[in-house]
Design a protein around this ligand. Structure first.
Ligand code: 5RP
Length: 263
C-alpha cells in the first residue's frame, strides 16, 4: 500500500467523495482531439446545467479559461495531454500540452493524460505518464491515466493515482489488478438510457469508484435527468432499473412543470 502525501490525498478527496468513496466526474474534454462535438459546441452551456450534479469536471485549459466560472467550487481535472486529432490516423501521437506549473496556477485537483498501451506511440505516452507522476508526487498533484488497455492493465502498476478506462469483458479483473481507484468512461452514445445505466451499474458492482462520463450524459435529450440517475447508481447504490425509474420520474416532473396551467 503506497502512502500519499497530505496534499495529494486532500486533492483526491475533493472529487472522490469521502462520504461514499465514489465519484461522478463530468467529462467535457473531447474538443481537444474531436473538434466541435455534438452538444459540446458551446461548452459553457453544456457545463452550466450539469456542474451542480458533478463531483468533478474534466476539461482542457482552454475550456477551463473560457467556459468555467472561477467562482464555482467544483474540482477540476485538467486534461494535459494532446497534440493530435481525429483527422490524423494515429491518435496515440500525444505530448504534454499543459505544464504542471499551469495546473497549479489554475488550482486544479488533478491532471489527466492519455496513455496508449499497444499503440505506435506507447513508449512516449508512458514516458509522459512517468514524468507527470514524478512531478505530481513532488507537488501533491494527483495524476489520472486515461487508458484503453482493458485487461492488459491487470497487475501492472503504472504509477498514477487514478485510472480511467473503458468498460470491457471481465472488467472486475481489470479493477482487481489496478492498485489505485478506477473510474469508467462512457464512450460514444449508447442506444438506450438503460444501456448506460447497466454500464455504470456493472462497473460500480465490479469495483469502479465511479464514472467519468460525457457523451452519454450531455448528448442525451435530458442531460440533467441522466446525470441525476447516474448519481443514484454511484452514490446511492441504485441499480440500473432504479436509475431508469429516476430518469423517467425527473422527465415526467419536468413535463408537468412545463404544461400550461388549466383554468
Ligand atoms: C476524451 C476523454 C473523455 O473524457 C472520456 O472518453 C469520457 O467521455 P465519454 O463518456 O464521452 O467517453 O477522455 O478523450
Amino acid at each position: 500500500m503506497r502512502t500519499m502525501d497530505w496534499g495529494l490525498q486532500n486533492r483526491l478527496s475533493r472529487f472522490i467523495k469521502p462520504s461514499t468513496g465514489h465519484s461522478v466526474m463530468l467529462a467535457c474534454d473531447h474538443g481537444y482531439f474531436m473538434g466541435p462535438t455534438h452538444k459540446l459546441e458551446e461548452p459553457r452551456r453544456t457545463i452550466e446545467s450539469l456542474i451542480g450534479y458533478s463531483d468533478a469536471l474534466a476539461v482542457t485549459r482552454g475550456v477551463l479559461r473560457t467556459s468555467v466560472d472561477p467562482n464555482w467550487d467544483t474540482p477540476i481535472i485538467l486534461r494535459v495531454s494532446g497534440g493530435t486529432s481525429i483527422l490524423r490516423e494515429d491518435l496515440s501521437d500525444e505530448g504534454i500540452t499543459t505544464s504542471m506549473q499551469d495546473a497549479l496556477r489554475l488550482n486544479v485537483s488533478a491532471v489527466a493524460l492519455s496513455v496508449f498501451v499497444g499503440a505506435s506511440h506507447e513508449k512516449e505516452t508512458l514516458l509522459n505518464l512517468a514524468r507527470l507522476v514524478d512531478e505530481g508526487e513532488k507537488l501533491g498533484m494527483p495524476v489520472m491515466a486515461i487508458t484503453a488497455v482493458g485487461k492488459e492493465l491487470e497487475k501492472r502498476d503504472i504509477g498514477c493515482h487514478v485510472v480511467k478506462t473503458y468498460y470491457c469483458e471481465d472488467f472486475s479483473k481489470v479493477v482487481q489488478g489496478c492498485p489505485v481507484p478506477l473510474v469508467v468512461a462512457g464512450g460514444p452514445k449508447l442506444k438506450t438510457e438503460a444501456d448506460v445505466f447497466e454500464l455504470a451499474y456493472n462497473a460500480l458492482r465490479e469495483g469502479a469508484v465511479g464514472v467519468d462520463m460525457g457523451r452519454n450524459i450531455w448528448q442525451n435529450e435530458s442531460p440533467v435527468a441522466m446525470i441525476k440517475a447516474i448519481r443514484a447508481i454511484v452514490h446511492e447504490d441504485a441499480n440500473a432499473r432504479e436509475a431508469l425509474d429516476s430518469y423517467n420520474e425527473y422527465r415526467r416532473e419536468r413535463a408537468n412543470v412545463a404544461k400550461p396551467v388549466q383554468l
